[in-house]
Design a protein around this ligand. Structure first.
Ligand code: ATP
Ligand code: PRP
Ligand code: MG
Length: 285
């Protein structure tokens, strides 16, 4: 039977969320400690645990069919790789930063300066677009220390909360790109592999939609139903059921978690009572 091969980061920031996503998709993986390869018992999937930075090459060569990888790594070394799905976790930026005490006015200030980074192609392309020439110092980690030890005038690295920059007396001056984990696809994937990928993507989409939404149940007096229903976005239109108590109804609907608190406040004002909010496990549309 054909199986699809997926690359997942062996250890690091993407590992846990990638495995959780597969688990939420109902895919069980027998993953012993330090195992570099594992199989699913209930989905035609083989998992390879690899270094994030090596994954674009494995995709290009067709050694794996798909991968969960940071978009920023594809920008750096996998522009030819197709992204099938954004996955909503490991969100970060790739930014330029300089020491806090430097007077910075524009990207032109990097002209002739030394920049330490693990993302040379990203910086090179960005600066070329802006017509700036700088000298790059390629290092594989702890980039933020470079200006403090006199190795560089500025850095280009991943920024999330900004605390690493802050601790190293640096300030973010240019955001070159924003990134999140994505499902990437090898250009060499077979037709059979594509069929399995479609099934996997269907499951992933159901999980991601569910993560974004909450199921809401509330009670309302019938004379306030119109106003309440107007507030609710819902998947299609909300379900309205009569309560045992005369003149009252129960309303069921789905709310996007980003607008959630605003909608709840509006519902209360409109006369909703006994509001219950539940997580959704899967959302199949
Ligand atoms: N601080 C952060 N916040 C959010 N996402 C991050 C952060 N740092 C890195 N990422 C994302 O997670 C990915 C993996 O980062 P991590 O530091 O675990 O691995 P790495 O050292 O870049 O790669 P490798 O697996 O090759 O060692 C990055 O490519 C980026 O997309
Ligand atoms: O803005 P922040 O929330 O501080 O996150 C940014 C830091 O996170 C990443 O490093 P990581 O901790 O993954 O260490 P690494 O360099 O060993 O990969 C990245 O390289 C930054 O240094
Ligand atoms: Mg890191």
């Amino acid at each position: 039977m054909t199986k699809i091969r997926i690359a997942i980061q062996k250890a690091g920031r993407l590992n846990e969320d990638s495995l959780l996503l597969l688990k939420n998709c109902g895919i069980s993986i027998d993953n012993g400690k330090d195992q570099l390869k594992a199989e699913s018992r209930n989905f035609p999937l083989e998992v390879f645990f690899l270094r994030n930075g090596d994954i674009p090459q494995y995709l290009r060569d067709g050694v794996v069919d798909i991968a969960i990888i940071g978009e920023n790594v594809l920008v750096e070394k996998g522009e030819d790789i197709i992204v099938a799905e954004k996955l909503g976790f490991s969100k970060c930026k790739v930014s330029l930063a300089v020491p806090k005490n430097v007077d910075y006015s524009s990207v032109q200030d990097f002209e002739g300066k030394r920049i330490a980074t693990s993302y040379p192609n990203t910086v090179k392309n960005y600066l070329a677009e802006k017509g700036v020439n700088a000298e790059l110092h390629i290092i594989s980690g702890s980039v933020e220390i470079a200006p403090n030890i006199g190795l560089a005038d500025g850095i280009c690295d991943i920024v999330s909360s900004g605390s690493t920059l802050f601790k190293n007396n640096l300030k973010e001056v240019e955001v070159m790109l924003t990134s999140e984990a994505v499902l990437a696809v090898s250009p060499k994937i077979s037709e059979k592999g594509k069929e399995i990928l479609t099934k996997l993507q269907f499951r992933i989409q159901s999980v991601l939609k569910a993560r974004q939404s909450k199921y809401v149940l509330l009670n309302a007096p019938n004379d306030k139903l119109d106003k309440i229903i107007n507030i609710l976005p819902g998947m299609r239109s909300p379900t309205v059921l009569p309560l045992a108590e005369k003149g009252w109804s129960s309303v069921h609907t789905v709310i996007d978690k980003h607008t959630f608190w605003d909608v709840i406040d509006a519902l209360k004002l409109a006369g909703a009572e006994g509001i219950l909010v539940c997580p959704i496990e899967k959302m199949v549309l």
